[in-house]
Ligand binder design. Structure first.
Ligand SMILES: [Zn+2]
Length: 148
């Protein structure tokens, strides 16, 4: 039996392969962009408020900071306590057009030794966790030109 593929959070990303994009929202009044998406009201204190429209974010950005997770985070982080903990990298990537920083895990196998501030990264589909029925999907950051 095959697993269904389910985003770990709904409506934060969409698309396959080269069309994969993070989804934010943009205020139609002041053009501020929000990620995670803001669907209730514009958070710009200088804005009277406008319609919030879904806005795919830039696929590429540059490393702003990074660290790694060598220990299993507490619940509600989803992980199988039966399996040994696999360290992962956590990368903050600055998107120039949106003037924002988006956190995400690095692709599997990427370590902090592979990273430096300013390196160009692109967003790719990733897997956060799998159980018997479901593959929980997320986004990962991958250095541009590596494993493409
Ligand atoms: Zn606004």
């Amino acid at each position: 039996m095959s697993r269904t593929s389910t985003p770990v959070v709904a409506h934060w990303f969409a698309g396959e392969g080269a069309d994969f994009r993070l989804l934010g929202t943009r205020c139609s009044a002041c053009a501020a962009v929000f990620f995670p998406r803001e669907d209730a009201f514009c958070r710009n204190p200088g804005c009277a408020g406008g319609e919030l429209v879904e806005a795919p974010l830039s696929r590429r950005g540059r490393v702003w900071s990074y660290t790694d997770g060598r220990y299993r985070p507490p619940s509600p982080y989803v992980s199988d306590p039966e399996l040994p903990w696999e360290p992962y990298t956590l990368i903050a990537v600055e998107l120039a057009a949106e003037r924002m920083v988006v956190l995400g895990q690095g692709v599997p196998g990427l370590s902090v030794a592979d990273l430096e501030v300013g390196m160009e990264m692109e967003v790719v589909p990733g897997v956060l966790n799998e159980d018997d029925e479901t593959t929980w999907t997320t986004w990962h950051w991958r250095p541009v030109g590596v494993g493409a």
